[in-house]
Design a binder for this molecule. Structure first.
Ligand code: DAK
Length: 259
């Protein structure tokens, strides 16, 4: 995909697509166009058969410092309602392929919400998460109160959302917000290495696992189990299932084609 975007960079490396937030002078503050560009790139890569894993990170000294306050400052509630940016955020959460957020420096407000839309988070030891919205007289509007609470429970979510406190990388790791805590120097190298390993896994199984896990957050156990069963059964109609089991029997590495 050529880089026709104004506020993000995109490139591919074999089956890996990398989207980088790129407004480093304002710590990658997310303006409306940047969110639309992120969505466009994610949806394009989601439909690209050559891509199996998507990385999301920030250029400069932060992942991102939240939504663009200059852009938001004078907005009226009826403008917000008409703009309906919420739909863009819904669609970000509907991406089917695995997204790995690679976070260094700040991931605040809308950027923390974007990180929480990722399936896995690799964080540098200098990463800081938080919802400072309350200090601006507002609250998170792109899933922050919901996803954080479902992830860490009411107690810490309420504290962090009330105070706008910064969550250190270590704390984020202790509370299961991030998967891996890595020194900043090797963060990208390690994340890319992991992404390549993940890309070797059977893509349809990965997609269906993602769908089923996300349903577990939303649905009752019984309803979630129906999704799991449907996806489990469907995988038996893929070539990858035949290849995976044949490779096991023949004592060799499987070669998954995503079919
Ligand atoms: N917006 C605009 N500019 C920002 C910015 C932001 N969020 N964050 C930083 N910048 C700019 C600074 O103004 C500064 O610009 P210059 O003064 O150099 O022109 C430059 O980036 C560097 O920042 P600092 O000089 O402040 O750097 P420091 O290291 O001293 O401080 C900081 C870093 C991250 C602690 C500080 O910049 C900061 O507190 N930034 C604001 C954090 C914040 O409150 N973020 C916004 C939360 S509200 C929605 C969905 C989501 C949202 C809204 C709507 N819909 C679906 C409708 C989300 C809302 C939010 O995220």
């Amino acid at each position: 995909m050529s880089n026709t975007y104004q506020y993000i960079l995109v490139h591919t490396d074999g089956p890996i697509a990398h989207i980088q937030l790129n407004r480093p002078k304002v710590l990658n503050a997310l303006n409306r166009q940047m969110v639309s560009e992120i969505l466009h790139a994610l949806e394009s890569f989601d439909q690209d058969n050559d891509i199996r894993v998507i990385l999301l990170s920030g250029v400069g000294r932060a992942f991102a410092a939240g939504a663009d306050i200059d852009e938001m400052a004078e907005v009226h509630s009826t403008d917000l309602e008409l703009l309906n940016q919420f739909t863009d955020w819904d669609r970000i959460a509907w991406i089917k392929k695995p997204i790995i957020g690679v976070v260094h420096g700040f991931a605040l407000g809308g950027a923390f919400e974007l990180a929480l839309c990722c399936d896995l988070l690799w964080a540098a030891d200098d990463a800081e998460f938080g919802f400072p919205e309350v200090n601006l007289g507002i609250m998170p509007g792109a899933g922050g109160t919901q996803r954080l609470t479902k992830l860490v429970g009411k107690t810490k979510a309420m504290e962090w959302l009330f105070t706008g406190a910064r969550i250190t990388a270590k704390e984020a790791s202790q509370f299961g917000i991030v998967n891996k805590l890595i020194s900043k120097e090797v963060l990208f190298e390690e994340a890319i290495k992991f992404a390549h390993a993940l890309a070797k896994q059977p893509p349809i199984a990965i997609r269906y696992i993602k769908e089923a896990v996300l349903k577990a957050i939303d649905l009752s156990l019984y309803e979630g189990m129906q999704y799991e069963r449907k996806n489990f059964s469907l995988l038996f109609s893929t070539e990858d299932q035949k290849e995976g089991m044949k490779a096991f029997i023949e004592k060799r590495e499987p070669d998954f084609k995503g079919r």
